[in-house]
Ligand binder design. Structure first.
Ligand code: 5GP
Ligand code: ZN
Length: 109
């Protein structure tokens, strides 16, 4: 499957990694829409919030925990968390991801 976020999660394509564990990766968005703009991406390929199977909801909700823990580790005390869902919701990459945006001049992604 030709999925850019699968390739980033597998270290086949480079990215600016902020944090990583066995289930997820946090890396900087290539076109940041805020001073801090990270993407929290599961290593497992799931298309979208629109297509989560019941067994995968814990993995999807764990992305919020990963975002919160990584922000705390980096002393970021306030932020926005955004899922774009489906094309009509602004989702351009069909591998589920959570945006974390912080700092001045936040534009919604
Ligand atoms: P979406 O619109 O799907 O919610 O967000 C996708 C995000 O992925 C966009 O903000 C875009 O800038 C980012 N992005 C797309 N391709 C790459 C890439 O190859 N590397 C990184 N670091 N970010 C990417
Ligand atoms: Zn993927």
């Amino acid at each position: 499957m030709d999925c850019i976020f699968c390739k980033i999660a597998a270290h086949e394509v480079s990215s600016d990694i902020v944090a990583e564990d066995e289930a997820a990766m946090v890396f900087k968005d290539i076109h940041p829409k805020a001073e801090t703009h990270w993407l929290i991406v599961p290593k497992k390929h799931i298309h979208s919030v629109l297509s989560v199977e019941s067994d995968d909801w814990p993995l999807v909700t764990s992305l919020i925990k990963k975002a919160a823990e990584t922000a705390r580790d980096q002393n970021i005390n306030g932020y926005k968390l955004v899922f774009n869902v489906g094309r009509e919701g602004g989702q351009m990459v069909d591998h589920i991801h959570l945006h974390l945006l912080a700092g001045k001049k936040i534009e919604l992604p």
